[in-house]
Write a new protein. Structure first.
Length: 254
């Protein structure tokens, strides 16, 4: 199950954290992986690790909020591999700031990377996938996404983008189903990544938070999110589209 042999996958924000874990997991299942982020040297380290384990991968610098760079990387991907089958829209930023302190530049930067960037990549991916009537687009949102999700103090800009991703993905799923493309969302909870560590919460405070809010009583690992990515990218998930899968240790259920 979950065989991705010879599938072509592109992962954004893949130099570290969940994106890196996604790239590694896809390669392990046989996909040829295009590793992208704003730092090509760090992407190349991920590529080198994939190759050392017998996989195939290439690295490109890509700012997802820059349409010219997005088009350039997608063009190069098609030139090298002939097609694109899987997109993991993982790139995103988060810096805590209250709604009263947030500047217009803070808002624009977050929207441009987290939401506009996902749209630009998904749109271009769908244009390529439609040629072969097969595609998997997986957009990474968050447990902090509104409605059934949660609000987080200092994250008004971040949560706005993550809620937007879910709404955007549901519409894409409806529009692109006739093209053979599924579009789904993963909403991670508390995951041990450089982004989550940037909140500077002490270990004691984090342990207390997890004990009170997460039934599994621990922080998640990027590899646990990557397992969900592999499933949604696979043929076994062919009847799943427009869905949001929360990987949160039971946080929403508590």
């Amino acid at each position: 199950m979950f065989d991705l042999k010879n599938k072509i996958a592109l992962v954004t924000g893949a130099k570290q954290g969940m994106g890196r874990a996604d790239a590694m997991a896809l390669a392990k299942q046989g996909a040829k992986v295009v590793v992208t982020d704003i730092d090509q040297a760090e992407c190349q380290l991920v590529v080198d690790e994939i190759i050392s384990q017998g996989g195939e991968a290439v690295a490109f610098k890509m700012d997802v909020s820059n349409k010219a760079e997005v088009d350039q990387v997608f063009n190069e991907t098609i030139k090298q591999f002939g097609r694109l089958d899987i997109l993991i829209n993982n790139a995103g930023i988060y810096f805590p700031k209250t709604a009263l302190e947030l500047t217009e530049d803070d808002w624009d930067k977050t929207i441009n990377i987290n939401l506009k960037g996902q749209f630009l990549c998904a749109q271009r991916a769908a244009q390529e996938m439609a040629k072969n009537k097969w595609g998997r687009i997986i957009n990474i949102a968050s447990i902090a996404s509104g409605q059934v999700g949660i609000g987080i103090s200092g994250g008004v800009h971040y949560t706005a983008t993550k809620g937007g991703i879910i709404g955007m993905s549901e519409t894409m799923a409806v529009e692109w189903a006739p093209l053979g493309i599924t579009v789904n969302v993963i909403g991670p909870g508390a995951i041990d990544t450089p982004m989550s560590r940037s909140t500077r919460m002490s270990k004691e405070a984090m342990d207390q938070f997890l004990a009170q809010n997460v039934p599994l009583k621990r922080i998640g690992r990027p590899e646990e999110v990557a397992a969900a990515v592999v499933f949604l990218a696979s043929e076994e998930a062919s009847y799943v589209t427009g869905a949001t899968l929360f990987v949160d240790g039971g946080w929403l259920a508590s």
